[in-house]
Write a protein that binds this ligand. Structure first.
Ligand code: GDP
Ligand code: IMO
Ligand code: MG
Length: 427
């Protein structure tokens, strides 16, 4: 069976957690392929809201395997907290949560290095979630990292110490005013390592290969979004992994010719948390309304998310880079009540009109060119069928499908699992 992918197409927080949870009933395995606890994936059902950081979003379903792939970076301390939160739901995670031996570990000193690096950058800071993501991926590509599989080696603590000592020297080099009690951080780290070691640790690429051969259905869950991709995002204001489709191949060991549907998820407007360019950002009442109605606060850091109109130039780029075959539009309900909606369909770039994403989208180079469409007044949150959609919403959807040359197969109208409307379109 082919492996389907679900990816965020903007700057993250598109609603990946919600949709993975909705789609899990159709799959045997949900596999996270990159990122780490910088992610915050929200699921809502039966009146309860759950936020997952490292654990895949299929964990609440019975008879589904949830796999943390080799491309993910794991902070044992945060991972343990996530497991502790699941305790009350009697989830048998020993049998249905699998972890790749090749996933890298986030050490306490990686987190400190993240903080020191950001402090040293001053105004130019990335706006990192400070979870140690950048330093951990740096050690991975620098060939210094510690992997989950290393915990089975007798000398792993010596390796830990050598790496932590190196990090301490680097933290001193930054000369940033970071206060920390490493002994305390290490205590909770080593406690959490014991929990991690008690879980089911596997050679995940082999597992997935055999699962595919046996006809199992697999959905790969992405974290962050395409515009935060280390290669194709708004560098340097990006995360440190490939968030795009190719990242699923390297982050799980799945061959490119085994990829089936690429499900691209986007909000009906745009948000961004952290620093970096955002051409359609709003600083007015409209942006404030989106943030308030959409409850746009980071699921990991609680920071308020910057809001703006839908950027179709950037979205087209993401559809193209990922080879998206189906789109899912989230949070259309948040736009109810806007008389007019704006969609950025081109940029004014250095005096010219362009429709592709250029190398540099800093605001001094770019201003968005908008197409205006009529908004809808009705509340979408109680709707359950496309036949109930207001005419203006249908027009919005049709416009986007035409521009993006890709069908929108799901329209989400609220945070709950049930507030999900499937559209039958010829794929
Ligand atoms: P993720 O990182 O892509 O999983 O997304 P987040 O969980 O960080 O952010 C999405 C937020 O929007 C969460 O608070 C969700 O509960 C919420 N959400 C998801 N879909 C919808 C929707 O269609 N309408 C509304 N109003 N909220 C939604
Ligand atoms: P999910 O999976 C939104 C952003 C941070 C920062 C930049 C780098 O929930 O969509 P990092 O901690 O990775 O070094 O931060 O990337 N960022 C996210 N923004 N959603 C996320 O994940 C994000 N993960 C990282 O805010 O700007
Ligand atoms: Mg999120």
């Amino acid at each position: 069976m082919a492996v389907n992918l679900l990816l965020g197409l903007q700057w993250g927080d598109e609603g990946k957690g919600k949709i993975v949870d909705v789609l899990t009933k159709d799959y045997d395995i949900i596999a996270r392929f990159q990122g780490g606890p910088n992610a915050g994936h929200t699921l809502e059902f039966d009146g309860i809201k759950h936020v997952l950081h490292t654990i895949p979003s299929g964990i609440f379903h019975d008879n589904v395997i949830n796999l943390v792939g080799n491309g993910v970076v794991i902070d044992p301390v945060i991972f343990k907290k996530e497991l502790d939160n699941l305790e009350q739901y009697s989830i048998d995670y020993k049998s249905k949560l699998l972890i790749s031996r090749k996933a890298h570990l986030i050490l306490p000193t990686h987190r400190l290095l993240d903080a020191a690096s950001e402090a040293a950058k001053g105004k130019a800071k990335i706006g990192s979630t400070l979870k140690g993501i950048g330093p951990t991926y740096m050690d991975k590509t620098g060939r210094n990292g510690i992997r989950v599989g290393d915990l089975e080696l007798t000398d792993w603590k010596t390796r830990y110490q050598n790496l932590a000592d190196k990090h301490k020297a680097m933290i001193d080099f930054y000369d940033a005013e970071i206060e920390y009690d490493l002994a305390e951080l290490e205590k909770e780290f080593f406690e959490a390592i014991e929990v991690l070691k008690s879980l089911t640790i596997i050679d995940s690429e082999e597992y997935l290969y055999q699962a595919q051969k046996a006809g199992k259905t697999i959905l790969a869950e992405g974290a962050q979004g395409s515009l935060l991709d280390i290669d194709f995002g708004t560098y340097p204001f990006v995360t440190s992994s490939n968030t795009t489709a190719a990242g699923a191949c390297t982050g799980l060991g799945v061959a490119p010719n085994q990829i089936g549907e690429v499900l691209g998820i986007f909000k009906a407007y745009t948000t961004r948390v952290g620093s970096g360019p955002f051409p359609t950002e709003l600083f007015d009442e409209d942006g404030e309304t989106m943030g308030r109605v959409g409850n746009e606060f980071g699921a990991t850091t609680g920071r308020s998310r910057r809001c703006g109109w839908l950027d179709l130039v950037a979205l087209k780029y993401a559809v193209q880079i990922n080879g998206v075959t189906q789109l899912m539009m989230m949070k259309g309900d948040v736009l109810s009540g806007f008389k007019t909606l704006k969609i950025c369909t081109a940029y004014k770039y250095k005096g010219e009109t362009i429709t592709h994403l250029p190398y540099n989208i800093e605001e001094e180079n770019i201003s968005p060119i908008y197409t205006e469409v009529a908004g809808w007044a009705s509340d979408l949150t109680k709707m359950s069928d496309p036949s109930e959609f207001p005419e203006e919403l249908n027009a919005y959807i049709t416009f986007l499908e035409k521009e993006l040359e890709t069908p929108i197969t799901i329209v989400s109208v609220g945070p709950d699992r049930t507030q999900t409307i499937h559209r039958t379109v010829a794929v």
